[in-house]
Structure formats: C-alpha cells, structure tokens
Design a protein. Sequence first.
Length: 388
Amino acid sequence: MVNIRKKMIGDRIFLNALLLNTGNSYRNAGISGYSRQLLERLPFHCHEAKGALFWAFIGDPEYVPPPGIIIHRPSWSTRQPLARILWEQTLQIKVIQQLAGELLHGLAFAAPIAVTVPTIITIHDLSFFRYPQAFPFWQRRYLRWVTRQSARRAAAIIAVSENTKQDVIRLLDVPEERVQVVYNGVDRWFQPLPAEEVDSWRQQQGLPEQFILYVGTLQPRKNIELLIHAYAAWRERSGNRDIPLILAGAKGWYYQKIFSLVDALGLSEAVRFPGFLPADSLRQWYSAATVFAYPSLYEGFGLPALEAMGCGTPVVAAAASSLPEVIGEAGLLVSPMDIDAWADALGRLLADYELRRQLGQQGAQRARTFNWDKTASETIAVYRRILG
C-alpha cells in the first residue's frame, strides 16, 4: 500500500469518469469497468489521509460512489458524445478552478485542452490509429485529435500494457519517460466454480455440455468474422454438430456483417447471440464454456481473456498486440489472420481434455498476478510523482 499522506493531504484530485456506465450495453464494458474499479480502490489506498481526496465527474445517475469519492455531476446529460465533449472541454475546467483542483486524471484518453492544472491520461489502446477503418469517420477523427493533444500536454500518461506504451511512444511521439505502464487487474470474483454449480447453471440456461464462448463488443476489430469462418471449418473437418459457438456481447458498430456471415454459412442454428451479458453472470458463462476464444486484431489489454483464465477456462487468443503479454504461456496463441490455424486450435482444445485441464490451471494462476489493488496502488504512485 502506498502511503501518500504527507504528499497529498489537502490536495484535490479530480477524475474524469464520464464514461462510467452501469447500464446493460456495450458502454458498460472495458473503460467503464476500469473507471469503476479505480474509484472503488483509490480511497482505500489513501486511507491515512484525512478528508476526501478524490472528486469524480460522473454522468451516470445510478452510480453510487464509495466513501472517499465526491461526485460532481455535469449540469446537462453527457450520455451523447457531443454533449460529453463539450462539457469536458469547457465546464469541467471551470469546476476544477472553483474547487481548487490540483490534478486531473482523464480515465479515457482525454483532458481539456485549456486546463491549467497538471493532467494525467490513461490510454487504453490506440486502435483508432492502428485500425481506423473499424471506426466511424467522426469518432475516429475526434479520438485521434483529442488523444494526441492530451498526450502532448499531459504530465504523465498511463498505458495499460507495454504494447500500448510502445504504441503511444511511436504513434503520438511522446517521450518514453512520460509513459508509465500500469496493468489492469482482474476481479477476485473471477475464479473457478465447483463443477456441480456450473452444471446446474448450464442446465438452467438451456446450454449444452460443451460450447465455445466469445465475450466482447460486436465490432470489426474484434475479428469475429475470422472466428466464425474457423468454427465453420472445424465443423466440416470434425463432423461435430453438437458444440455451438456463442458470441456474447452488445452490438457496437459495423456489426451487420457478422450476422450476415452466419446466415451465409448456414450456421444460424449453431451460432448463438445472447447479447450483452450482465457482469454478475460472467463468471458462470466463463466457467461453463469449454473453450474461450478471443481472436481480436488489436487490444490494449484484453480483459475478457484474463477473466476467463481466472475462471479456469482454457483460452485460445490472437497472437497480436497486448494479448501475448497478458496471456503468456497460459493459453494458445494463434495468428489473427489464419483461419486454418484457428480451426486447428479449436479442434485441439475441444478434443484434448488433459490440455484443457492444464491450460485452465495455468490460466487461473496467471490471472491472479493481475489485480485491481495493484492497479490502484501504482496509479497513486503516478499521482504522487506528479504532485511531488
């Protein structure tokens, strides 16, 4: 635990958590989860300081903060991107000045261009630079502009993986000494469940004994079309028609091609779309799956794969971006462009119980090395360095 009482007592640290969302949609995913985990843990790691150190800008009316976090809600709804951007770049500055803020941490890429206090930003990935075709035009243009400008002005940048750090240095032309890697964590809740509990839950949900699971937003860079092609190839080779592919996640953008491909390949009965999975059901889904597949072309961190590993589910993932860094040798890593290799990997795991057991154990052990308390502690160390 980091003792920052002498350095930070009386300081006011502001956190822009406007992307925190408690609804059942793709907005309640990676960045929202990151924001929520930090807010819950930062005060705990500052427990020796007197008074509230943290103010959080939050637009979600349903979110209840933990002790030690004071919420400031914007004067208008920031649910729509344009409304949020306008508030971030104007009234956020005014609030920080009025409340004598000492530091602003933008939890998702951006900080106000005209802010006068030191800023820190967290960059989760630079997919809008690496895979621009996967984003709507105006979203891509804004994210590129605001991230570049915010990074140039930031006193420090938090990158959620070494791969993301190297992207920040190379694509944003930021000096290496200003970029600090602070890994995401995996909640301790994601751990193996008793077999009888998993069997009972599977029966309640009407799920077969074996299935392949993907969890994530349905959007182009997740490379779901490759997974569908690989699944179709495995079915043809094996002749197995009993193991479905379950693609769980909310619709993001450009998702129509996924549904069209399933229809074109005649897989409508074999590929299931349960939609967005509530957070309190994820552990059961991961634990019930035979294999977790994560073929994403680009990830800043890859939290769903780590959550599945925490539950003891064997993982096959893309050998790309940060995924090898996070998964290590505790899963199978396959080129995200090789359909045949993916079909082989899926078939190998589905046919080999001992391999699944071994990878499940290794994955659970590796997942325990990533935890949110460490994330909060290392984030506070960055605050301390800037304020010091």
